[in-house]
Design a protein around this ligand. Structure first.
Ligand SMILES: C[S@@+](CC[C@H](N)C(=O)[O-])C[C@H]1O[C@@H](n2cnc3c(N)ncnc32)[C@H](O)[C@@H]1O
Length: 392
């Protein structure tokens, strides 16, 4: 029977996946190896495994098939065969809003606790509304584009002609349904950047001035540098990262965006970099720090199941050490922009408190950028100004 076939495919994937690599990468290799799976098999397997992880650790005492049916019910507006056969009493309710579906699940399964979807003891950052945040896991986040204001209407039109409804969420931001195959519609991606809405909003704290010299010190492939450059094209930039291969992807993106004045270095910011940096003094530093990524798990829900909470303390220590090593290259009176895509207090407010206590910094602005109401990631950003230590 078809439903049994779907369930077997789901079970085999679940059994062979151990959470070590990102699920999308694992599935890519898995489908390549299991060529007997047709496109419909792959689509259903994808839907089931992602929905399953979105349930986090809720109702762990229920059997796996019941949990799969509950997850599929909560995450999808149309019924799958698993819901039809395992929870037939709910199969006509799949089109209801998520909130109402949660209430139905609570009625059928009184042991269901929303907070077990995000089952971590670490405290969340204070500004986060827990229930809305937990609920957001049942909705797949959107795909966001950052577009030049002049290009937004043409891009919206092209997308529409190709059957994609883009929503304008700001003067330079479009939201698209996740899974939109952009590269097939617009192969030349020179006129926009794929960047989450909350990540775009971190730019509100940058405020770069003409001819400033900024350092994007954990640059990866340069998302924040491109944002800086769009805010103020006349700046000079140093971009660095510990991973050389991530920096390799950046040249083409920068060229396409017209970002020419930059220097690139591979630097491990846990080490002493005096030899490389002794003559540098920056007008601004963006520290987009390595973190748990817990604000982005709506896109990688496997983490709700596999994340090892002990890593939060590890990241917190790393963040403090990196910050301490970069602040010495900042001019007095100039900003350090500390950013994480974490929702944990230990990586956010607690790191900022530590920075204020231990480094010559004053807090100018701090914000939890809540993406859960906008189908976006949740991020944390603080703007800290370097003060002459004698004035503190
Ligand atoms: C959150 S990601 C940066 C994302 C990037 N800024 C963007 O906008 O796409 C954090 C980066 O920190 C880098 N990183 C981790 N440990 C580091 C270290 N010890 N020194 C320098 N960079 C490090 C990682 O390689 C990773 O690329």
């Amino acid at each position: 029977m078809r439903v049994e076939h779907q369930i077997r495919a789901f079970e085999q994937i679940f059994k062979s996946y151990d959470g070590v690599q990102p699920l999308h990468r694992f599935l890519f290799a898995y489908f390549k190896k299991n060529k007997q799976m047709g496109s419909s098999d792959r689509r259903w397997a994808n839907r089931y495994i992602y929905s399953f992880f979105r349930l986090g650790k809720a109702l762990m005492k229920e059997d796996q098939l019941t949990r799969l049916a509950i997850a599929d019910f909560l995450c999808n507006p149309t019924p799958g065969l698993v819901v039809e056969t395992t929870l037939p009493e709910l199969k006509d309710q799949t089109g209801l809003p998520v909130k109402e579906k949660i209430t139905l699940i609570q009625q059928h399964f009184p042991a269901f606790k929303l907070k077990e979807v995000f089952n971590f003891k670490e405290q969340l950052s204070e500004a986060i509304d827990e229930l809305s945040f937990f609920e957001s896991y049942f909705t797949q986040p959107d795909l966001f584009l950052r577009v030049k204001a002049n290009d937004i209407s043409q891009l919206t039109k092209t997308l529409k002609e190709n059957g994609v409804e883009a929503i304008t969420v700001g003067p330079t931001t479009l939201a698209l349904p996740n899974g939109t195959r952009l590269e097939q519609i617009i192969p030349d991606q020179k006129h926009f950047q794929i960047q989450d809405l909350s990540s775009q909003k971190t730019g509100d704290l940058f405020d770069p001035q003409t001819w400033d010299y900024w350092w994007d010190c954990c640059a990866a492939s340069g998302g924040k540098s491109l944002l800086l450059h769009d805010l103020q094209p006349n700046i000079q930039l140093l971009v660095s990262d510990v991973r050389e291969n991530s920096l390799n992807n950046l040249d083409e993106r920068f060229r396409d965006a017209g970002l020419k004045k930059y220097q690139k270095k591979v630097l491990d910011l846990l080490l002493n970099n005096e030899v490389d940096l002794h003559h540098y003094e920056f007008d601004g530093i963006v520290l987009d720090a390595p973190c748990s990524g817990s604000g982005t798990w709506g896109r990688t829900p496997e983490m709700l199941y596999y994340f090892d909470e002990h890593k939060v303390s590890y990241f917190s220590k790393l963040q403090k050490n990196i910050a301490a090593n970069v602040v010495k290259y900042l001019k007095d009176g100039k900003p350090l922009i500390y950013i994480t895509c974490s929702v944990f207090k230990k990586e956010n407010e607690e790191v900022v408190s530590w920075l204020l206590e231990n480094l010559p910094l004053k807090l100018e602005r701090v914000e939890v950028i809540k993406g859960y109401g906008n189908k976006a990631d949740t991020m944390f950003a603080a703007r800290l100004i370097k003060a002459d230590a004698s004035n503190l």
